[in-house]
Design a protein around this ligand. Structure first.
Ligand code: ADP
Ligand code: MG
Length: 350
């Protein structure tokens, strides 16, 4: 069941010529953690600010639990939405203690009880810190107080705008795991905004990719990695090879030679020109491999080595890559045969 239904919303800021968010539609399912990812400036914050009620869409509508939140000329005010928010710069109130900060968002003052603050301190691992002030706790703890404060009014949906940006990488890994558990335990649906694919991979049940105000693809993390809709999405989630191809008599013509169209592809949906996209780890070296290639160079990346290659005798500058474990060295000019399993290939028209 969808808790949030976003239908064709757009927003153009007065000072701008083009929309910051351009006719997007997205459903968030109850209890899922959904990540909205994209480069800086693509419209992520604008999108959740509209869901929170901090901006009004120029057009389109948003429904929360089936109830209309927004439509041209109509908007439920933020405080009436019962949606929690956590921001990147989690400004806690400096003159309030941790405990008071956590209880602050609970509207019914009789509900701002000791038990409640103890519950959230416990839930977010802040036991014993309730009486401290924000400047007396660490960055990771500030983040957890902000999360507790957003959860305390028990919203069904919580929006998070890049809440992990300022955290040290090791603290961040811990926080991501904890936040996932807390959201699960409290049955809270979450829309997380991030420009970091690793955060989305670790936390999200589903991911939506945004670019220049539009949504490109929504899918589960492994599906997004394996079957990106285009080369942009492919690159966003990891290194990729894009082999330019041309459909020719039911086969793909490529610089490496002819490749059979994998049987899983729907032939009649393919455009004449496009790319066969796959991951460098999918390229397999073997004596009877399908393609003969020549090593151009190798780069050391610590955890792995990236080996650049081109089709043999190719005049073209287009290079591809495979990854090897450290110590497997291939000198430039080495000729090898490689294969790419058909089930690893995705066709992208752009
Ligand atoms: P993101 O969160 O993905 O980085 P934003 O939603 O903040 O992107 O911004 C989308 C676009 O809208 C950017 O081009 C940004 O400069 C512009 N923008 C954001 N807020 C405003 C504003 N209040 N007034 C005018 N333009 C804005
Ligand atoms: Mg933003």
């Amino acid at each position: 069941m969808s808790i949030l239904e976003i239908s064709n919303i757009s927003l153009t800021y007065p000072a701008m010529d083009s929309p910051a968010v351009n006719n997007i539609s997205l459903n968030i399912e109850k209890n899922e953690i959904h990540a909205l990812v994209g480069e800086s400036g693509c419209g992520k914050s604008t999108t959740i600010r509209m869901i929170a009620g901090l901006e009004n869409p120029t057009s389109g509508e948003i429904k929360y639990n089936g109830q209309l939140l927004n439509r041209a000329g109509y908007s439920v005010p933020p405080e009436k939405r019962n949606i929690g928010m956590v921001f990147q710069d989690n400004s806690l109130f400096p003159h309030l203690t941790v405990k008071e900060n956590i209880l602050f968002g609970i509207k019914d003052k009789t509900q701002r009880t000791e038990e409640k603050s103890e519950y959230f301190l416990n839930l977010t691992g802040l036991n014993g810190l309730g009486e401290r002030y924000p400047h007396e706790i660490s960055g990771g703890q500030v983040q957890r107080v902000a999360l507790s404060r957003a959860l305390a009014p028990e919203p069904e949906l919580i929006l998070m705008d890049e809440p992990f940006n300022n955290l040290d990488i090791r603290i961040k890994m811990n926080m991501l795991e904890e936040v996932g558990k807390i959201l699960n335990k409290t049955n809270t649906t979450c829309l997380l905004i991030t420009h970091e694919k690793s955060e989305a991979f670790i936390l999200a049940d589903r991911i939506t990719v945004m670019r220049e105000g539009t949504l490109l693809q929504t899918a589960k993390p492994p599906e997004l990695y394996k079957s990106p809709v285009d080369t942009y999405v492919a690159e966003f989630f990891g290194r990729a090879n894009h082999i330019p191809v041309k459909l020719n008599n039911g086969m793909f013509e490529t610089a490496m030679g002819m490749i059979n169209v994998p049987s899983a592809f729907e032939k009649n949906t393919l455009s004449e020109l496009g790319f066969l996209v796959h991951r460098p780890w999918d390229v397999k070296i073997s004596k009877d491999g399908d393609f003969e290639i020549e090593i151009v160079n190798s780069y050391f990346f610590g955890d792995y080595q990236e080996v650049r290659f081109k089709p043999i005798n190719s005049e073209s500058d287009v290079q591809f890559k495979f990854f090897t474990h450290i110590g497997e060295y291939f000198a430039p000019g080495t000729k090898l045969r490689v294969s790419i399993p058909a089930e690893r290939l995705t066709f992208c028209s752009s």
